[in-house]
Design a protein around this ligand. Structure first.
Ligand code: NAD
Length: 488
């Protein structure tokens, strides 16, 4: 690896440039990243701020890298992906420390859960490509074989929440498919992506197979997705940005997937294990609610409202707000003052709208924390019910029967996840089957098999990722047809 500028983050040296064509490149322009743990301490690091010229350089490098990486056998690809997974595991502590300062993520959670999950993403895709067999069958005297061909350079654009894990989730299938990648992480939390690029370099991708471009979405991000040499775009972020990226993808007829926001229903029936349900409901405040998958609309059967609320408050009261570096902390600061103000704006408008603030409802003095908040809306049309807040703010509504629960669950434009608590298997299948969402959990939350499809309906996204779904997306799928008896 060539010499590059670094920033020292909690004792970890993090490259601040772009990683293009197997080399670190400094930028003339920079932007600053600050820590939500101590915002007023000044910049954590000055990071290269890519522009249209850097985007063009990166796509060219990725096109060159694709010529080599795209021809690697699946065995060779799997070897590099597994090496990267091992390096991620070996550097878990450093990655966790950097992510915590950069984004505010709970350090213990990063170290114990998300870094390992990141490594598992690469291992899972290494396994999947090794296990894959082309499908071959004879029909009408023709031998048909369906093959996956790598598609070309893929632009991977990721958001600021859980940046490390979400980046690995999207990069692993793109690389496993044989595509080269240009990763553009979010400008609010760019540092763990730089560590990942450094580990990719060490894992031994050929130059240009793995590229990282830093910068602002509307600048270098927009230039990347508009480049006509890009063959796939995979995006996680907000519906507003997805519209811009979708327009760029349409102009070049490039397939794109979008994993977007959520407004999940958390449905609790009277026949459920109420304490388990209330505990998981309070857990929706985890990561300060900066979780697309969260069940932020609590829908509770009217007959158990009081009992449920009492248990919910008990669990919510026990949550510990604090410094995300402290293992005892359960509620970390929000990622950015702009975001804290945005979250508070929702709560202020809810008050003005006549919604009832049941608990919380204010920022915490002298930090970026926000009180875990529960709001009982004046109606289902209230903004806090219909719009993604992406902070520790839940709503509470009641329903009389199953039909009303399903109607309320399906009453937003989103459709990413839903959570249902019930003691009845029949009800689980009935209700789960009628909720419009990409993923419905019954009596559980957040567990997910990496080979299962993942994505959203409506405003929550386009396409499905996960397992073979992502490999199909990143491939050009071909049928090879050979006339029976024409070859020996
Ligand atoms: P965002 O849309 O503001 O930004 C996401 C990324 O897009 C960033 O890297 C940004 O720099 C880039 N970007 C912005 N404008 C661009 C443009 N014109 N062209 C190209 N790139 C551009 O989203 P965010 O605020 O970073 O993330 C929060 C959102 O992400 C929430 O809505 C959340 O629900 C969603 N999210 C969804 C999932 C999921 O899997 N469905 C997971 C995590 C987050």
């Amino acid at each position: 690896m060539n010499q590059t500028k670094t920033a020292s983050i909690d004792g970890v040296e993090v490259p601040t440039g772009h990683y293009i064509g197997g080399r670190w490149i400094e930028g003339e322009q920079t932007f600053e990243t600050r820590s939500p743990v101590d915002w007023d301490a000044g910049p954590l690091a000055l990071i290269a701020r890519g522009d249209a010229a850097i985007a063009t350089t990166a796509v060219q490098a990725a096109a060159d890298g694709f010529e080599v990486w795209g021809r690697y056998s699946v065995g060779q690809r799997a070897e590099v992906l597994n090496r990267l997974a091992d390096l991620i595991d070996a550097n878990a502590d450093e990655i966790a420390r950097v992510e915590t300062l950069d984004m505010g993520f709970l350090q213990e959670s990063m170290r114990l859960r998300l870094v390992g999950r990141g490594a598992l993403n690469f291992r899972t895709y290494a396994e999947l490509i090794l296990a894959h067999e082309d499908r071959t069958w004879n029909a009408k005297s023709q031998w048909n074989t369906v093959q996956r061909m790598p598609a070309g350079p893929a632009v991977v654009i990721t958001p600021w929440n859980a940046p490390f894990m979400l980046s690995t989730w999207k990069l692993a299938p793109a690389l496993a498919s044989g595509n080269s990648v240009i990763h553009k992480p979010a400008e609010w939390s760019p540092l763990s992506a730089a560590l990942l690029a450094e580990l990719a370099d060490e894992a031994g991708f050929p130059p240009g197979a793995y590229n990282l471009v830093q910068g602002i979405g509307e600048e270098v991000g927009a230039a990347l997705v508009a480049d006509p040499h890009v063959r796939r775009i995979t995006f996680t972020g907000s519906p507003e940005t997805a519209r811009h990226i979708g327009a760029a993808a349409a102009a070049n007829l490039v397939p794109f997937t979008a994993e977007l926001g959520g407004k999940g229903a958390f449905v609790v029936f009277a026949d459920s294990d109420l304490d388990a349900a209330a505990k998981k409901a309070a857990w929706q405040f985890d990561d300060s609610g900066q979780v697309c998958l969260a069940g932020t609309r609590l829908l509770v059967e009217a007959s158990i409202r009081e009992e449920f609320l009492e248990r919910f408050h008990n669990h919510a009261d026990a949550l510990v707000l604090g410094d995300p570096r402290d293992p005892a902390t359960e509620i970390a600061p929000l990622a950015h003052p702009i975001h804290r103000d945005r979250v508070h704006g929702f709560v202020e408008r809810a008050r003005a709208n006549g919604d009832t603030i049941v608990r919380g409802g204010a920022p915490v003095e002298a930090s970026l924390h926000y009180q875990p908040t529960l709001i009982e809306p004046a109606s289902n049309d209230s903004e806090v019910v219909q719009k993604e807040i992406f902070g520790p703010v839940l709503t509470l509504q009641t329903f009389a029967d199953e039909a009303e629960a399903i109607e309320l669950a399906n009453s937003t434009d989103y459709g990413l996840t839903a959570i249902v608590y019930t003691g009845s298997r029949e009800r689980a299948e009935r209700v789960g089957g009628q909720i419009r969402a990409g993923l419905v959990w019954v009596n559980t939350f957040l567990v997910r098999d990496l080979t299962a499809p993942f994505g959203g309906c409506g405003l929550s996204g386009i396409g499905r990722e996960g397992g073979d779904y992502a490999l199909d997306f990143h491939s050009d799928i071909k049928t090879l047809m050979i006339a029976d008896g024409s070859t020996s």
